[in-house]
Design a protein around this ligand. Structure first.
Ligand SMILES: [Zn+2]
Ligand SMILES: [Zn+2]
Length: 300
């Protein structure tokens, strides 16, 4: 669906018009009738959702045609000033020291929310609960963040959106790719083509169980570009940017295929864990040191 140009529920029709060679990912669909049927079902579902009053998925208050009410959307956690390269908090939005020391393989990163309650609950409802309708408000939020970023740091819009792919086996078992669903709404609203230009050439262990170095090692070489992106400006789309390792590996594959500029767009960004510090709880437990981000300061 195309949305109006401004406002909280809007994101404008934006395209630099420089990517005529790109079509949508559906062009590769070997079963056009199935694709048409899917499109019709999605359209009817959208009409039904807008015709029926919704309850906010977070607080259950009436939310009109939206899935998340205005109050809950305002309460979703956001980074006030983020590093333009990694989307982590930085002083006055300047490039952070980590990115200055070791720039990531993408040129810019944008995230709409911080991956913390209740945004994490919403994203999990899409990814693990199959609430596909949530992909649309996620796309709204991500588009708003991208527009806001371009207001602060002017840059041309990308030629094409590329969702982070799943392996065929993972896609079969889940039944959908959450990044593809978000990118589909994002592309429709921004009038940018969505192209499945990446393939996941090998599976990777669940990232949630790994530390930062292990994540980077596990996804290195996991992607390959299987469409020509030479000279193109590309935005990779994913649901969550945790350490950035997955998006970095995807960016490296697109760069190797000749992409000129690469941005990493995610609905939510996991904040860096707090630096290690002595556990204030005595006696300390091993689980405490393994998950410092969730450690609570004990009452005094
Ligand atoms: Zn609500
Ligand atoms: Zn940074």
């Amino acid at each position: 669906m195309n949305m109006p140009r401004s406002g909280r529920a809007h994101y404008g029709t934006l395209s630099n018009g420089s990517a005529p060679r790109f079509d949508s990912g559906g062009a590769r669909d070997a079963r056009p009738l199935a694709a048409i049927a899917t499109s019709i079902i999605r359209g009817l579902y959208g009409v039904a959702c807008r015709a029926l009053p919704q309850s906010c998925v977070l607080c259950t208050a009436p939310s009109g045609a939206a899935l998340v009410c205005d109050a809950c959307e305002d309460a979703l956690p956001r980074v006030a000033a983020a590093c333009p390269r990694c989307a982590l908090p930085s002083r006055e939005g300047a490039t952070c020291a980590a990115c200055l020391a070791a720039p990531p393989p993408f040129d810019a990163a944008v995230a709409a929310w911080i991956y913390a309650w209740p945004a994490d609950r919403l994203l999990q409802a899409l990814k693990y609960g199959g609430r596909l309708a949530l992909a649309e408000p996620f796309a709204h939020a991500l588009a708003r963040a991208c527009r806001h970023r371009r207001g602060a740091v002017p840059a041309a819009w990308p030629d094409v959106l590329v969702p982070v792919p799943l392996t065929p086996a993972r896609q079969r078992s889940r039944g959908f790719n959450q990044a593809q669903e978000i990118a589909r709404h994002l592309g429709a609203g921004l009038a940018l083509p969505v192209v499945r230009a990446l393939a996941r050439v090998r599976d990777t262990p669940p990232q949630a169980t790994l530390g930062v170095p292990e994540r980077r090692a596990s996804v290195h070489g996991a992607f390959a570009a299987d469409r020509c992106v030479a000279g193109a400006s590309v935005a990779i789309v994913d649901d969550v940017m945790t350490t950035g390792a997955t998006l970095a590996a995807a960016a490296e594959a697109l760069r190797a295929a000749g992409a000129r500029r690469i941005e990493a767009w995610a609905v939510a960004r996991t904040l860096a864990p707090e630096p290690a510090h002595p556990c204030p709880i005595d006696p300390c437990s091993t689980s405490c040191s393994s998950t410092p981000r969730f450690r609570r300061t004990p009452a005094t």
